[in-house]
Design a protein around this ligand. Sequence first.
Ligand SMILES: Cc1cc2nc3c(=O)[nH]c(=O)nc-3n(C[C@H](O)[C@H](O)[C@H](O)COP(=O)(O)O)c2cc1C
Length: 264
Amino acid sequence: MRPLDGSRCTVAFGHLRENNMKIIVIHAAPRMETGNTQVILNPFLVGLRQEGARVDIAFLGKKDIKRCIGCFTCYAATPGECVHDDDMPSLQERVRDADAMVLATPVYLDGMTSLAKTFLDRMVVFLDPHFTTDDVGVIHPLRWKFPKSIFLVSVCGYPGLHNFDPLLMHVRNVARNFHSEFAGALLRPAIFSILLAKKYPERVNRVIDAVRESGVQLAKSGTVSEQTLRIAAEDICPPEELVTMANAYWDRELNRFRDRRDKE
Ligand SMILES: Cc1cc2nc3c(=O)[nH]c(=O)nc-3n(C[C@H](O)[C@H](O)[C@H](O)COP(=O)(O)O)c2cc1C
C-alpha cells in the first residue's frame, strides 16, 4: 500500500473537542441504509456518539433536491433564496446549525455521487456574491455561518487508496470555497472484501474496529491517527482474490437473469 499523504493522516477537527459538538452527516449514497457506505458509517457513528457528539444524519436520497440552474437569483434578486421549491431550505437550516459536517459518499466514476454534487451546488446560497481573496486566490465571502470543518467518509469498489485522489482534491477545494477546514478522510477501498468476514474474521474485525476508533478519536481528541486510518484502509484479501470473487458474483448474476429471461 502506498503511503498516506497529509490529508489522510492527522485529522484536524479540533473544535470537536468542545463538548457535545453538533455534526451533520450528509449521507449522499443512493442506496442509503442498504449500501456499503452505511456499513462503514455505522461503526464510525458509534464511535462519534460514544464520545458525546450530537449527530444529525441527512439522507439526501430521501429528499427532493432540484439541480442548480445557474440563474444566480439567490445571489441578488432574492438573496439567499433559490428559485426552486424543494427540501433544500430545511437542509440548509440543519447545515447552519451544525459545527462540523461529515460528507459520506461512495466513489462514483472517480468522484462523489451526483446526489452529493447536486446538494453542494445548491449550497451556493451560503455565498455572498462579492469576490474576496484568501491565501490561495479568489473566493466568495460567506453569507451565513457554515460548519467549521468538513470530514470525508468514503468507500469504493477497487482496491487502492489512489481511487480516492480526485474525490479528495474535490472535497478539499469545496471546503475552501465555504471557508471551512478540510479535516481529513476515512477511506475504505475494496469495500466488497468486507463481505469476506467468514474467511478473514480477524482482518475484517480489525478494519471495523479502526473505523469505530476513528469516530472515537475524532470526537475525543480532534484527530484521527495516521495508524488508525491506515488500518481502516488495510487490504483484507489480495487484489487477485477480489477480482475472482467479483467475477464469480457477476457470472452468477448474469446466469440467474439469463435463466429468468429464458423462462419468460
Ligand atoms: C455508477 C457507479 C460508479 C462507480 N465508480 C467507481 C469508481 O470509479 N471506482 C471504484 O472504486 N468504485 C466505483 N463504484 C463502486 C462503488 O463505489 C461501490 O459499489 C460502493 O459500494 C457504492 O456505495 P453503496 O454501496 O453505499 O451504494 C461505482 C459504483 C457505481 C454504482
